[in-house]
Write a protein that binds this ligand. Sequence first.
Ligand code: 5CA
Length: 449
Amino acid sequence: MRLSRYFLPVLKETPSEAQIVSHRYMLRAGMIKQASAGIYSWLPLGYKVLRNIEAIVHEEQQRAGHIPMLMPTLQSADLWRESGRYDDYGEEMLRISDRHGRDMLYGPTNEELITDIFRSHVASYKQLPLTLYHIQWKFRDEIRPRFGVMRGREFLMKDGYNFDLTQEDALHAYNRHLVSYLRSYERMGLQAIPMRADGGPIGGDYTHEFLVLAETGESEVFYDSAITDLSFGDRAIDYDDVAQCQAVLEEFTSRYARTDETHDAALFDAVPEERRRVARGIEVGQIFYFGTKYSEAMGATVQTPDGQAVPVHMGSHGIGVSRLLGAIIEASHDDKGIIWPEGVTPFHCGIVNLKSGDAAADEACEALYASLTALGLEPLYDDTSERAGGKFATMDLIGLPWRITVGPRGLKNGVVELTSRRTGESEEMPPEAAIARIGEIYGKLSAVA
Ligand code: 5CA
């Protein structure tokens, strides 16, 4: 993309309404614009990152054997009356009536709708196990929407639902979700710690939240610092292997880690004092096993091998897709702007032309742009006539992990400059070497060779 043809409405001033850094940078970098309280338009740069996060979630869910689909945002109140949640959900639910006076609602979550789909089409244990998921906008009429996309009213969520014959099978589905979430967050450059939590309006008392540690987090958390040494890494996992998935759950949940809702002071005191931590965290996901809560209320049964009809065991599993942008920025920024992890960056690298209009500089930038594009990479080329300082400030603000700087002076010596946004370190090298380095970083090396 050439910056001269893009839509990147960066703000010079810090917007006064933004209290935390991720909200400030998302507004300043022209990623989002508030449409009304807690509701945002996703401008091109923000939309690109949102799509990258979604793509990781899709890949990891499908790797775990979970099946994508799409349910609507507007739902009929009748289904929610069946489960009893129409009255229980309270004021967070946005209730609407259509022209015929029928009660509708903007879905805050989808347990009822998916259970209705299930009971209409599945009758036998032979069709199990089954896990369906979608990535769809939700609405919760939060009393205090704040911190930008972090606590929105309209927000994008991945929500998945497992259907199993037995509790044992449903707990394997729970474990599969835990593993796939660990992988997903790590690919986004995040450490998200599973912590014992409370079921809230979804229900069930077996649930973990995934928390990214950050001072601006809304949840108070208590944990054994040894848990922060764990990482899933690139280990191979067979999602059908019950014991292997269970071992990962045990590895990642055996240390004390709880939110304030389930905190147990006596258990926490048993953690060696030097490892006890009280901190704040951002909840980027939650998994639930709630058994037959919805299937019993809504008559979702399956035939067992011996011909009995039993309510199906269920769980639901959510990832806060739009909240993740805020969480990633909270975890990865400096005083100049965002620092995107390579896994989610909106563009793979920036190209800064220090002297647009200079024939040699223009030509070198065009050649770099063409070569990087040919590798399947997306560079953002600042081809505008803005002065160098302004170009650097914009690149730093929008946080691309790598920048190639091209100027007439360097070109006389046959070099450009490659700069890491994270470390600030720069290295001079011939343009071909910069291309090869970036290709290598993003795993496009085979195309280079
Ligand atoms: N049905 C279950 C799981 S599918 C469910 O709704 N779970 S949840 O309530 O925990 O939401 C899932 C995730 O959505 C949360 O972990 C959080 O990351 C995100 N989320 C929840 N409320 C908001 C909000 N107001 N703004 C942004 N993200 C939110």
